[in-house]
Design a protein around this ligand. Structure first.
Ligand SMILES: C[S@@+](CC[C@H](N)C(=O)[O-])C[C@H]1O[C@@H](n2cnc3c(N)ncnc32)[C@H](O)[C@@H]1O
Length: 277
């Protein structure tokens, strides 16, 4: 890979303070790398030419557009924008516990923890969580809150990372992170280990959801060496590593991407849909 590709995106350095709260961590990370999630995912397409944000909206089976939608863990608001384009009359409430200067354009933006939503009972038709709830420190409590704010018959739509394709770049990358963690290079656990699909399905059940279904899908993120590098270099893993671990991951990724002739990048995701009784 040309060194300019590596220079174009510098992975984020170690966290300044390993004792910071999860909220402070997300605020700090996204100030270092604005629009990082949509930058990584919005260009990906499924075999039906949908972005993963559009897949999240397919959970709504109603003939009419929903009156109110909650975008929970909205980040910088890419999904809220997609929602507003899709359903012009719908009120889109965008909630995240972190404050992002890049999210000030969102009309109904509110700073709150997913485990304690300042929203009335039975008031929302659809809740969407795109690549967010698996990062919450209290995902079960957030699911209870989602059940509370949804009206009876309302729907929650969750997009999660899945198990990555065998021998693909992302699987090799994940294996490397596991090895670095095993070797003691992980300095902090600020991003909690994600719950398994089974745990989330159980938690949905306990929270009172029924008709729970899940479906895996693949996002095609093929691109140039720079595109692939940008995707890999902007994960939450980098700042949690110590200096030696960071350097080792950097060299590993540079080698991995430069050896890949096609720059094929497939990312497996899971879409979960559930309905409140
Ligand atoms: C990977 S980003 C996804 C952002 C956005 N949904 C997207 O896909 O573009 C995860 C988001 O979850 C938010 N988050 C993490 N824990 C949270 C919590 N307990 N309550 C509310 N938001 C939380 C983070 O601040 C971050 O913006």
């Amino acid at each position: 890979m040309r060194s300019t590709a590596l220079d174009a995106v510098r992975p984020i350095q170690s966290v300044p303070d390993t004792g910071m709260s999860p909220r402070a961590f997300f605020e700090w990370f996204h100030s270092e790398a604005p629009d990082v999630t949509s930058g990584a995912f919005a260009r990906g397409r499924t075999s039906d030419s949908l972005s993963s944000y559009e897949v999240a909206l397919r959970a709504w089976h109603g003939i009419h557009a929903p009156n109110t939608v909650l975008d929970l863990g909205c980040g910088e608001g890419h999904l809220s924008k997609v929602l507003a384009q899709q359903w012009a009359e719908t009120a889109v409430i965008s909630v995240d516990f972190a404050r992002y200067p890049t999210a000030t354009h969102l009309p109904l933006r509110c700073c709150a923890d997913g485990g304690s939503l300042p929203i009335a009972d039975d008031s929302i038709d659809l809740v969407v969580c795109h690549l967010s709830i698996h990062l919450f420190d209290r995902p079960n409590q957030a699911l209870q809150e989602i059940a509370r704010v949804l009206r009876p018959g309302g729907v929650v739509s969750i997009i999660l990372p899945g198990t990555q394709p065998r021998n693909g770049i992302m699987q090799k990358y994940r294996q490397k992170i596991h090895q670095l963690a095993h070797d003691g290079h992980l300095r902090s656990h600020l991003v909690p280990p994600p719950p398994s699909l089974r745990q989330l399905r159980n938690a949905l059940n306990v929270a009172g959801f029924r008709k729970i279904s899940d479906q895996g899908f693949v996002l095609n993120l093929d691109g140039s060496a720079e595109d692939v590098w940008r995707f890999v270099a902007t994960t939450y893993d980098w700042p949690r590593l110590d200096k030696a671990g960071w350097e080792e991951l950097y060299l590993f990724c540079a080698r991995l991407i430069s050896q890949s002739v096609t720059h094929r990048l497939r990312f497996n995701l899971t879409s979960i849909r559930a309905q409140k009784c």
